[in-house]
Write a protein that binds this ligand. Structure first.
Ligand SMILES: Cc1cc2nc3c(=O)[nH]c(=O)nc-3n(C[C@H](O)[C@H](O)[C@H](O)COP(=O)(O)OP(=O)(O)OC[C@H]3O[C@@H](n4cnc5c(N)ncnc54)[C@H](O)[C@@H]3O)c2cc1C
Ligand code: SF4
Length: 479
């Protein structure tokens, strides 16, 4: 923050008169906006426009990064926004939550030369936030609606991206989702402090205004059978994500106050959205003033520890059975968590949950890394007689997610799935073994990233469009 901005913040707090405060706030916003704009320009002009755009290659959407950086540096923000939007349905969301250090920014040539990456994600977010503010982002207007409809199961990023692209072509779209709000993990998984929920709501409202229908609280397999849904629509996209939490079965697993990560994060996100959440309000899912132990070293684990810190936990510890170098979570997230006071207990694994009716401590066993296993990583092995007790008022299990049993849930035993339960598709067309049924996102890849879900949703659109055109031609010929 500049000195000028700090001055405004100080005066805002001291001024009792509302009109004066409003003026100060507006003045502050203006200075702040200008500051952000200057930062975006400064960063954009650092791009060396290198001949081989490694950033673009390593972005799953192959965003035209060098060109929108150039446009931003030149102050041509509307063109920058149009270019950014041409390959990405939610640039401001990706700009906020992509693990850029593993994707675009991690491959920036300037970063590789040791001068620090161009902050691509922040510029992408700036370009799009600015476009929203200026009113450049408008609902889709279609010239002629095509009399064919697509049913999309799942209102997460894969389903939303596919819906938007198909609607642009004029198809009738209905998205079905078992949650009460659209957005999938953007709403109920990813914590508020990483992604402001109004940005997701702004996107889904835009899709509603574009004529896409949303049916919330509507579960396929429960409110309607999958077969019935197929009869309702000309094509179907399955974009249901992965939600079955991986379990850890230990003595004491049934003690109270041991929760799966999604239960903890959903409660926190619902509170942030202003919902009444009984189990949070009665303290059960609230980390306030508690000793919290999170098991698991992936990105979900990092979200749990950082959420617990924000709920004023007394202590937050993260148990991970390998070491820092072998941790699956983003190094940046680990650093952030450490700075916020989270203690990482590397090379450690829970052996037993201890308590009478509810958890009071975890018996932890030290580990060492042994031989490399089939996944290419060193296998953790327990060190005999190394156990110690760790106090815990709440344990959060963040061990990853598997797909639910879709053929069973959908009562569609013919739907082909892989050994791990993901939906099998033709990788070129995204079509499943069932004609006219396509699939995209985590339910195909396994737990992955928002940017990949968007990419899959967009790719599926191309094949669905071709399929629908063929179907229409056939029925016209037959008529
Ligand atoms: C805690 C957490 C944090 C994450 N943080 C990040 C991050 O920072 N950056 C990042 O890039 N990725 C992150 N991810 C991963 C990212 O959220 C997912 O990869 C992405 O959301 C997958 O999109 P999707 O559309 O495939 O599925 P989802 O977003 O899971 O959406 C699937 C939707 O399908 C609905 N559904 C499921 N079954 C049915 C049914 N039978 N009937 C009707 N509806 C159904 C669900 O209600 C849900 O709304 C995170 C994931 C988690 C769990
Ligand atoms: S979508 Fe993600 S990977 Fe691609 S440019 Fe934006 S932040 Fe980088």
């Amino acid at each position: 923050m500049t000195d000028k901005m700090l001055k405004f913040v100080k005066v805002d707090r001291e001024t009792p008169n509302k009109r004066k405060v409003d003026k100060r706030v507006n003045d502050f916003k203006e200075v702040y906006d200008q500051f952000i704009q200057e930062k975006a320009k400064e960063q954009s002009s650092r791009c060396s426009q290198c001949g081989v755009p490694f950033c673009q290659i390593h972005c799953p959407l192959h965003n035209n990064i060098p060109d929108w950086l150039k446009l931003t540096a030149e102050g041509r923000l509307q063109e920058a926004h149009e270019l950014a939007h041409s390959t990405n349905n939610m640039p401001e969301i990706c700009g906020s939550i992509c693990p850029q250090d593993r994707l675009c920014e991690g491959n920036c040539v300037i970063e590789k030369a040791g001068h620090g990456t161009v902050t691509i994600g922040a510029v992408e977010k700036y370009i799009t936030d600015n476009a929203w503010e200026k009113g450049w982002i408008k609902p889709i207007k279609i010239l002629k609606e095509i009399n064919q409809s697509v049913g999309i199961i799942g209102a997460g990023p894969a389903g939303l991206a596919c819906a938007e692209e198909l609607r642009k072509s004029g198809y009738k779209i209905t998205i079905y989702d078992r949650y009460d709000r659209p957005g999938g993990l953007l709403i109920y998984g990813i914590p508020n402090f990483k992604l402001e929920k109004f940005t997701v709501e702004r996107r889904t409202n835009l899709l509603k205004e574009s004529g896409i229908k949303f049916k919330q609280d509507f579960e396929i397999g429960k409110n309607i059978s999958f077969d019935e849904l197929r009869k309702r629509h000309d094509a179907i996209l399955i974009a249901t994500g992965v939600y079955k939490p991986r379990e850890i079965e230990l003595p004491g697993s049934d003690l109270k106050n041991i929760f799966p990560a999604m239960e903890f994060l959903t409660a926190s996100n619902r509170k942030g959205l202003g919902d009444k959440v009984e189990n949070f309000d009665n303290g059960m899912l609230n980390a306030d003033n508690k000793d919290i132990v999170v098991i698991g070293g992936g990105d979900t684990g990092m979200d749990c520890v950082r959420t617990a810190v924000r709920q004023n936990a007394k202590t937050v510890k993260c148990l991970y059975r390998r070491d820092r170098e072998n941790m699956p979570g983003s190094a940046r997230e680990v650093r952030n968590a450490e700075e916020e006071g989270v203690e990482f207990v590397w090379l450690s694994s829970p052996k037993k949950f201890i308590g009478t009716s509810q958890i009071s401590s975890v018996l932890v066993e030290r580990m060492k890394l042994g031989k490399t296993d089939s996944s290419g990583r060193k296998k953790p092995e327990p060190i005999p007689n190394s156990e110690f007790e760790m106090k815990a008022d709440m344990v959060i299990k963040a061990l990853g997610f598997d797909p639910e049993d879709l053929p069973k849930l959908f009562k569609s035993p013919d739907l082909s799935i892989s050994k791990s339960g993901t939906v099998k598709i033709n990788l070129r067309t995204k079509e499943t073994n069932l004609p006219g049924v396509f699939a995209a996102g985590d339910i195909v890849r396994g737990a992955s990233l928002v940017v990949w879900a968007i990419r899959d949703g967009r790719d599926a659109t191309v094949s669905i469009r071709k399929y629908l055109e063929r179907k229409l031609n056939k029925s016209e010929k037959a008529a």
